[in-house]
Design a protein around this ligand. Structure first.
Ligand code: GLC
Ligand code: CA
Length: 556
């Protein structure tokens, strides 16, 4: 295939909006967001101009990990409503020109799923091999692996005197994908949702479905448990299983598929997201949001450097070019808020830095994802007491690492303030009113007090708001094919302060420059450039320089 001529696809031209239903909008006053709440706000999303909604899991779940622990794939979580509510949401979304992508969580189920309830009953139960069971080794866990949410990745089960594997919480047992019956079940369930008319899947930790059959011990980084990643991520049969899924499900419909690919390398991504379409449309890689790590992994307050960020993002732009398709994201329900992480959430610079970050990402090649509230410039919440946190990962990490004396409580609270997933999960800020207009009841997690200033109502009334800036970026992607299909070339690749690049298509060039600092920086990229300014977060420019957090995009 001619690499200059990128194959067209609707999902390459689309912008995706992620909804975390628990925190989006509560329609019945129980303090928990729900499906009817989402349906009510479809006109808002249509106004923003996005094409697709990715719904974090809405299936029946005991909520050990907020819906990422599914007990019934063909039913809706009681907190969120009913299947009728879902059908109405899907139909209404389509009427508002919005597609719906479901979260597919099939690396594991809940321990309350009927398959697991059966599986743990006896070694000869027909469901036994749906999960990964191992004999004790020297009376202990089969390997030294630590779970992602603290403790061992193995849970002992008295009934049969064996351990089961759970890469996440002990209420999230890993499915055994090597069992063909498990694959049949998963593919049947996926076809069932496709027949309902959904438009795609975001696949939770899909890179982890095929485990190294030798189950060796992992390297110990935190002084406590072994790292399972090399034996779990991108395992021996993962591409084979995804190709089978593609043949048996995905290829029968016109879907957007995005795999959450923990530990993915560019070489692996070229297989997952290959241009022939034999696996997925694209994957999420995480290198750019995992730039800094300390002695206890991601828990640190060290700030990432622009040079590192650019090196990673540019690498993905260059390496996938013409071979596979990129996804583009700053935020999701597992990440802190981007304006607090890579921008500046002070009163003075919040708006301008939020717009700069949006420009930097949305002008790149790939499919952009916007996480709820990002389009308002929502910030981290910086809870000051552990009791305010709801996230299993944050709470367990606090206990594990302060309990072992690896860090002080004070340091750990600061790390949570910077990194905790709950920063993304505080309620969507709709109004300046009580509970930010999210609920009339008591919200399941505290609302950020800054909703008085930062909220959708205020931004919809202000033509200079972050909201309208995102609206414009999204509209530009729809009207300018150079933004979708143009070739990417990095500029000023040694700069410590400016992120700049160029896109080219059919003899035209798009020049993008973003100042990542709160001070003026010299930059002559635009001085001799005659062209049309497509978007900028400043009305006036200065020759030879970029103002604090200034972003400029010129088409010539
Ligand atoms: C993914 C999800 C995360 C969840 C985990 C286990 O990383 O994004 O929220 O906790 O998988 O399902
Ligand atoms: Ca509710």
């Amino acid at each position: 295939m001619n690499t200059e001529q990128e194959k067209k696809a609707w999902w390459k031209e689309a912008v995706i909006y992620q909804v975390y239903p628990r925190s989006f909008a509560d329609s019945n006053g129980d303090g928990i967001g729900d499906l009817n709440g989402i349906t009510e706000h479809l006109p808002y999303l249509e106004k923003l101009g996005v094409d697709v909604i990715w719904l974090s899991p809405v299936y029946q779940s005991p909520n050990d990990d907020n819906g990422y622990d599914i007990s019934n794939y063909r039913d809706i979580m009681t907190d969120f409503g009913t299947m009728e509510d879902f059908d109405r949401l899907l139909a209404e979304a389509h009427r508002h020109h919005l597609k719906i992508v479901m979260d597919l969580v099939v690396n594991h189920t809940s321990d309350e799923h009927a398959w697991f309830v059966e599986s743990r009953k006896s070694t000869d139960n027909p469901y036994r091999d749906y999960y990964i069971w191992k004999e004790p080794k020297d009376g202990k866990e089969p390997t030294n692996w630590g779970s992602c949410f603290g403790g061992s990745a193995w849970q002992y089960d008295e009934t049969t005197n064996m351990y089961y594997l759970h890469c996440f919480s002990k209420k999230q047992p890993d499915l055994n994908w090597d069992n063909p019956t498990v694959r049949d079940e998963v593919f049947d369930m996926m076809n069932w949702w496709c027949e309902k008319g959904i438009d795609g899947f975001r696949m939770d930790v899909i890179s982890m479905i095929s485990k190294d059959p030798s189950y060796p011990d992992g390297e110990v980084h935190d002084g406590l448990y072994g790292d399972y990643s090399p034996y779990v991520c991108n395992g021996p049969h993962v591409h084979e299983y995804l190709q089978e899924m593609n043949r048996r499900v995905l290829s029968k419909y016109d879907l957007l598929t995005v795999g959450e690919a923990a530990g993915v390398t560019v070489e692996e991504a070229k297989k997952y997201a290959n241009n022939e379409g034999s696996e997925l449309s694209m994957v999420f890689q995480f290198e750019h949001v995992e730039l800094v790590s300390g002695k206890i992994g991601k828990w640190t307050d060290e700030k990432p450097q622009l040079k590192d960020l650019r090196r990673i993002l540019n690498k993905w732009q260059y390496e996938l070019d013409g071979k596979a398709w990129n996804s583009l994201f700053w935020d999701n329900h597992d990440q802190p808020r981007v304006v607090s992480r890579f921008g500046n959430d002070s009163d003075e610079f919040r708006t301008v830095s939020a717009k700069m970050l949006a420009t930097c990402l949305h002008m790149m090649k790939g499919t952009p994802y916007v996480y709820q509230g990002e389009e308002l410039g929502m910030t981290n919440i910086y809870f000051d007491q552990l009791e305010d946190y709801r996230d299993i990962e944050s709470i367990n990490a606090f206990r594990q690492y302060t309990g072992n004396g690896l860090v002080t409580e004070e340091d750990m609270m600061r790390y949570l303030g910077e990194i905790s997933r709950d920063n993304a999960r505080t309620p969507m800020q709709w109004t300046a009113g009580e509970n930010a207009g999210f609920t009339t009841g008591t919200p399941w997690i505290k609302v950020n007090p800054n909703h008085i200033e930062i909220n959708a109502e205020a931004e919809l009334a202000d033509p200079d708001s972050v909201f309208y800036y995102y609206q414009k970026l999204i509209a530009l992607r729809h009207s300018q094919s150079i933004i979708v299909y143009g070739k990417f070339e990095g500029l000023l690749e040694d700069s410590d302060t400016i992120y700049a690049y160029r896109r080219t298509l059919d003899g035209r060039t798009l020049t993008v420059a973003c100042n990542f600092t709160a001070s003026e920086q010299s930059c002559d990229l635009f001085d001799d450039l005659a062209g049309e300014e497509l978007i900028s977060n400043y009305k006036e420019h200065q020759a030879g320089r970029l103002q604090p957090y200034e972003a400029r995009v010129v088409l010539a």
